[in-house]
Structures are given as C-alpha cells and as structure tokens.
Design a protein around this ligand. Structure first.
Ligand SMILES: NC(=O)c1ccc[n+]([C@@H]2O[C@H](COP(=O)([O-])OP(=O)(O)OC[C@H]3O[C@@H](n4cnc5c(N)ncnc54)[C@H](O)[C@@H]3O)[C@@H](O)[C@H]2O)c1
Length: 438
C-alpha cells in the first residue's frame, strides 16, 4: 500500500520505520525541515532501540522518503496516518490546533484527488473528537462525505517510548474505530502480518479505550506505590508482596472486578480496605487514592439513588439485596444501603432476592439486617411477581435468569434502573431504561 505519515515524532517515526517492513511504500510529512531531511538521509529523528537500522534500510530500499509538501504526499498515497502532537491545554484537554491544520490541508488536497483515500487518526484525542470536530472539518475541506471515496478511522497507538519498535511488532491488540466498512478493510490490509487481536469498534469507543488505558496505567502505578509505602511502614518488602500479588492472574491481574456495575460491599472488601487505611493512618502515611476508595464507593451508591429518585417518589421494586448473587449474606451490602436510603426518603419499596429468606437468617447476618432494615419481613416478597405488584420503577441489583425473565414479561410498563448490566435486560423493552454505567 502507499501510505503517508503526518507528524514525524515518536509515533510517526516508528510507523515510518516499521510499515515498510510490512511491504508498504511510505512518505513521511512534517513541518519541521530538519526531521524531513533526517528521514531523507536515512536517519531517525527520534532515539529508539532498533529504529536507525530500520529507517536506513527502508530508505535504501526505496520504500521510505519524506517531504514538506503535504499535498504531494496526499496525491502520492491512498492512506494517511496522522500522528501530529496533541499537547495538553490549560484544562488538560488535547490541543487540536496541529490536527485541525493537517486535516484542513489534507481535505483541500483531496479536492483534486478522485480516488479513495483513508484518513487514520493516531494522535490521542478526547472521546467524540473524530466523529465530531475532525469529521466535520475534513468533509468541509474535502467537499465530500465519509463514505464517498473517503474513509475516516481512529486507530489508537499503544507504543511505549524506549521499546516502541518492539511494541509495534507485538501490539497488545489492534483497535480500529472505523466510520465506514472500507476504512476497516484498508486497516486490515495495512497491518496484515502483525500478531494480536484485531478489534473493530466505533470511533468513540476506540478513542475512549486509549484514554482509559493511560488512566489505568497511572492507577496501577499509584496503587503499587501507595500499597508499597504502607507495607514498608509495616516492615515489609512491598516489591515482594506485589510480585506475589501479580502472580494471581485469576482474580488480581484479570478481567474480574473490571466490569462497570454497582458498588462493592460484603463482609470482606469494606472491612479490609478500612483496616489497611488504619495501618496507613497509624504510620502517618498519605495514601489519597486508597483513602478515597470508600468515598468513591459511596458516591456510586448516591448515583444509583439519584437515578431512582429523578422521576419522583414512585413505588419501587428492588431486585437483589445480598451483597452479590448466590448468597444471602447482606452484611455491608450496598443494596441494603440503597434500600435504607429509599425507605428513609419515604419510597414505597418491595424487595425480591431469591436467596434471602427472612425466616432462615441467622447470627451476624440477622443482627446486621435487623439493625439496618428492621421491618425487612414486610418489604421482602416471596416472588418476583409479588415484588412487581404496583411498582413503577424496577431497580436491578442482581437477579437470576428466571427472575429476569419474569421482569421482562411483567415490567414492560415500568422504568428500569439497571445496576447490573445483564444482556437480556439491556436488550428488552421497557417504558424506560437506564444503566448505571452504560
Ligand atoms: N509518544 C508516545 O509514546 C505516544 C504513544 C501513543 C500516542 N501518542 C500520541 O500520538 C501523538 C504524537 O505523539 P508524539 O510523541 O509522536 O509527538 P511529537 O511531539 O514527538 O511529534 C509530533 C510531530 O508532529 C509534527 N507536526 C506538528 N504540526 C504538524 C503539521 N501541521 N503537519 C505535519 N507535522 C506536524 C511536529 O513537528 C512533530 O514532529 C500525540 O497525540 C500523542 O499523545 C504518543
């Protein structure tokens, strides 16, 4: 394929070095004449392991050149990768001036190019930017719409400076947010031969995944550093603890607990978080992120309450009361906290949880619920139908498949507030539906 790359910084230079290896013919474009000259002379404009040899070899083989002439590069190629800088503005949103300028200029150049052209945004932008601002600017400048000999794709870059050539060859996954089908097909051909999953999604999701990856990396570093500092205060080696912690790829370094839904609770998580915070406090160790966990969890319970209350004080059927499905343990259940709040605010509430039977409650579990919801026996119904009787708002904490089938059948006229995200409920039709994180 014939590919132009706009912006010869870390991202663009690595693409210039590696795409010729996949058999493509590449033209690099930058406003900085020195970078253009360097590529022309077979040198890398950035320092990265292995990049010099690749650029020199690609230029020698006639597969890589560079130019200051943007329009010439557009006419000479069928795909343009855009990797100009998007540095932070005062409010930390990306500064889009360079991206705007390139898109306008490419659009204008496309007015005199009839054949199909694919534009691939690789610069990091906030969710919504490509479909909104960039698409509008490009279509206006080009005088044609995406879909009319024009494709617009967002393809996030996950390379790490210092190991970017190796990262190009071993991507964690390749994510393609393409507005049109042809754009996706072009990207499949562009990256043919690279390992890893190839994922098609919407442009907004692709932009968001990139943003979220960096937020998560920052969160992991802060978690490890805060945990390590408290452990050191306890006379322990934080590195050793975290090393063993990371070996658990079932529960720790895994998808588990990374699914947006309702708040955490139960007899272990809140207790252990509070205990760890005490260890830090007693040693005067500042751990603002871990210290904010309980506030964050409470804010999530508050969000659920606001969603329910937003339509006024309508009768509510709450499904699920235990801290998770499959148990009757209600100790520190966030659904109990939500139920208490609704009762306190005067909502007419009915509850169904197939695992919770008041007559079978014992010990600490019974003490807890007697203290938090003294008249639970009056609110707790023995069937989903009974809980739904007279309800206008249905709140899904958790529910088994049979219960969900009843809700779908019987609650079509209700407004559903979904804290769980079961696929069948999301696909069903109700008078109203709102998910807590979707
Ligand atoms: N550096 C990374 O590790 C990394 C990783 C993933 C994503 N990103 C994102 O990729 C983008 C590029 O990052 P980078 O580190 O390569 O940036 P960089 O600052 O190293 O390079 C950007 C290049 O764009 C050029 N440029 C600016 N305006 C131009 C124009 N109008 N026409 C042509 N070229 C122009 C600049 O001269 C510069 O050479 C940013 O959005 C960044 O957030 C960077």
């Amino acid at each position: 394929m014939k590919v132009s790359i706009f912006g010869l910084g870390y991202v663009g230079a690595v693409s210039c070095a590696c795409l010729p290896e996949l058999g493509h013919e590449v033209v690099g474009v930058d406003i900085n004449p020195l970078k253009v000259q360097m590529i022309g002379a077979g040198q890398s404009p950035v320092v990265e392991e292995g990049i010099d040899e690749l650029i020199a070899a690609a230029v020698r083989a006639g597969r890589l050149r560079a130019t200051l002439d943007l329009a010439e590069a557009v006419h000479a190629t069928d795909v343009s990768l855009i990797s100009v800088a998007t540095p932070a503005l005062a409010n930390f949103m990306p500064d889009l001036r360079a991206l705007d300028a390139v898109m306008r200029a490419i659009g204008e150049a496309l007015r005199s190019k009839d054949s199909h052209h694919t534009i691939v945004i690789r610069s990091t932008v906030a969710p919504g930017t490509t479909e909104g601002r960039i698409r509008t600017l490009l279509e206006e400048a080009a005088g044609r719409a995406v879909g009319d000999r024009l494709s617009l794709v967002f393809n996030p870059e996950f390379l790490r400076e210092g190991s970017s050539v190796a990262d190009f060859h071993q991507p964690p996954q390749t994510i393609i947010g393409s507005i049109d089908d042809e754009g996706f097909e072009v990207m499949k051909r562009l990256y043919e031969g690279l390992p890893g999953a190839f994922v098609r999604t919407s442009v907004g999701v692709a932009e968001s995944v990139k943003y979220l990856c960096n937020v998560f990396h920052a969160l992991k570093i802060v978690f490890a550093n805060e945990a390590g500092s408290v452990l050191k205060g306890c006379g322990l080696d934080g590195r050793e603890v975290l090393d063993i912690f990371c070996r658990d790829t079932q529960l720790n370094i895994s998808r588990v607990y990374l699914r947006p839904g309702f708040a955490f609770g139960g007899s272990c998580l809140p207790k252990e978080v509070k205990g760890f915070l005490t260890l830090a406090r007693e040693r005067q160790i500042q751990i603002p992120v871990l210290g904010g966990l309980l506030d964050s969890n409470q804010a999530h319970i508050d969000r659920a309450y606001e969603m329910i209350a937003s339509a006024g004080r309508k009768p509510v059927a709450l499904f699920g009361l235990a801290f998770k499905p499959g148990t009757d343990d209600m100790r520190d259940s966030p659904l109990v906290a939500l139920a208490e709040r609704l009762i306190g605010k005067g909502f007419d509430l009915a509850i169904f949880d197939s695992f919770v039977k008041v007559s079978r409650l014992l010990g600490k579990n019974k003490e807890f619920i007697d203290r938090e919801i003294p008249h639970l026996d009056r609110l707790l119904k023995d069937s989903p139908e009974a809980a739904l009787h007279g309800a206008e708002v249905v709140v899904i904490g958790h529910a088994d498949a049979e219960t969900r089938a009843t809700i779908i059948r019987r609650a079509a006229g209700c407004r559903v507030v979904d804290l769980s995200g079961y696929a069948d409920l999301r696909a069903a039709s109700f008078a109203g539906y709102e998910g807590i994180c979707w």
